[in-house]
Write a protein that binds this ligand. Structure first.
Ligand SMILES: [Zn+2]
Length: 142
């Protein structure tokens, strides 16, 4: 188990690393606009999550996925130790004052063959945190 400090990433980071949805038949300009909008949204949510973690009202825990769905994982790489499968669990303080699980995602497979540990973690980890934060309503001001 690894409780992570959430480092805010800006919209440019998410523009580069995050996937993004766009309408079928969208022009390249429309796709780029969707990508920018998604990146800004994820940056807002991730920044709000980082503030909440600092304030002690949220927590992000990364742990090994003990029972990964092997149908979507390269078994050879997995058993060679080049792929690590993680779960990310997002806790948020509820009205009762406790931290409760509000979002989680498992089966996050990362190429860790050249990994030097959490300080050099995959940018996709930030994307996962931001997507879970967005789904949990962090950064939504309206
Ligand atoms: Zn409670």
């Amino acid at each position: 188990m690894h409780t992570e400090t959430v480092i805010p990433r800006d919209a440019a980071f998410f523009y580069e690393h995050a996937g993004f949805p766009y309408a079928t038949g969208a022009t390249p300009d429309e796709q780029d606009a969707a990508r920018r909008e998604n990146a800004a949204m994820l940056a807002d949510a991730h920044a709000a999550l980082a503030d909440a973690v600092d304030a002690g009202t949220a927590r992000v825990v990364w742990e090994d996925d003990a029972d990964p769905d092997m149908s979507v994982i390269d078994e050879t790489e997995y058993h060679a130790g080049n792929v690590t499968v993680l779960s990310c669990i997002l806790y948020r303080q509820g009205p009762c004052g406790h931290l409760h699980v509000v979002e989680s995602l498992g089966g996050i497979d990362l190429d860790t063959s050249g990994w030097s540990g959490w300080s050099g973690r995959d940018p996709y980890c930030d994307v996962v945190e931001a997507e879970l934060a967005f789904e949990a309503g962090f950064g939504v001001t309206s």
